[in-house]
Design a binder for this molecule. Sequence first.
Ligand code: ADP
Length: 415
Amino acid sequence: MNVFVLNCGSSSLKFQLISSDLEIIERDEDKQLAAGLIERVGSQSLINFRIDGKSSFKSAVPLRDHRAALNYVIQWLSSPETDIPGIKGIEDIHAVGHRVVHGGEAFVRAVKIDNEVIAGIEDCIELAPLHNPANLKGIHAAREVFGPTIPQVAIFDTAFHATMPETSYLYAIPYQIYRRYKIRKYGFHGTSHRYIAFRYGKLTGTPRENTNIITLHLGNGCSACAIKADKSIDTSMGFTPLEGLMMGTRCGDIDPTVIEYLSHKEGSSIDEVFSILNKRSGLLGISGLTNDLRDLEIEANEHQDRRAILAMDMFCGKVKKYIGAYLAGMNGADAICFSAGIGENAPDIRAKICSNMDFFGILLDEELNQQAVGGREMCISSPESRIKVYVIPTNEELVLARDTIRVVLNAPRYA
Ligand code: ADP
């Protein structure tokens, strides 16, 4: 089966074409046929398509909307010059999987898209006003471009966290307010945390029901997840992705009173304050330089920039705190797994996070830690470490493709 996986942002379209089926999933031999990104949809769009992981086609063309962008991708995939084995036209694509950020309380697993599901995703717009409308644009575009016969599946970022107990997902506000408005912790990055837990099981031979780990998705957005018996029991992002760890541009946990106070002091609207907390805070806000960790490391190492160092120290401190909280909540864990841009590529950050944690029995092997970069999947703790530490590169698109196949074929376990 060739599955087209789509991840739409408000002005971007990210895709992968993956060849797989149920047996191939079992053997872990899914094949990525093509991948790509279109940025600035709606104006002069920037195109970057890849085959076999290598850049294969770059261009800049005006694309008016997501539908035009999708048509452009399909044309490229079908063109004889692109020459993807088994792909001659749109008829060689058998299913489409969509990443949808917010599924609210209604969607706790991936589902086949029909009008009712679309209405349900629309209902969640008020919970994710930045993300769900963009995801819906992708769904509408794909329905038009692929037609009614090709099945489409929605996979929700929030779904994996649907197993959290009330004690984790409720905020300590009047219970009626939760009931009335569904104000609660939902959690995000669910496909990523689920994939990391799956790979951990494969790597260590741990049966799903015995999984007892903390996963750390540290990219531009960052979140931690406590996973017991293969289920999310707590996670750091909340009602929105703003809560929890310090991130590239988001502040993470903060006293909500600051919002009213800042709005009053600066004479700014609530929207403006949220824009500061979402877009101008985190690593960028503290360093005053950038949200990109690579550049902060350069500033810290080459110029001893005080605020770059401070930003990274705060970042690591926050992750440490969540690890501590989850170890307490879980009565210990077997492993901590680092993933995403920072987690997979920044050994010094991993070392700082894991430093002075021998109290918990966490001991890194510094040599292994330095080796674990550029997509390597490996254990980086020393043999004496009571809690093992792993680097596990995430692959959200693969989960989207696999869930799509399972839903389309009515196969079990796509929760
Ligand atoms: P997103 O959440 O946008 O998917 P990524 O998972 O790609 O983000 O992570 C982006 C972050 O990872 C950035 O802060 C970037 O600086 C960092 N990063 C990527 N590669 C490296 C590297 N080689 N060394 C240090 N940090 C890196």
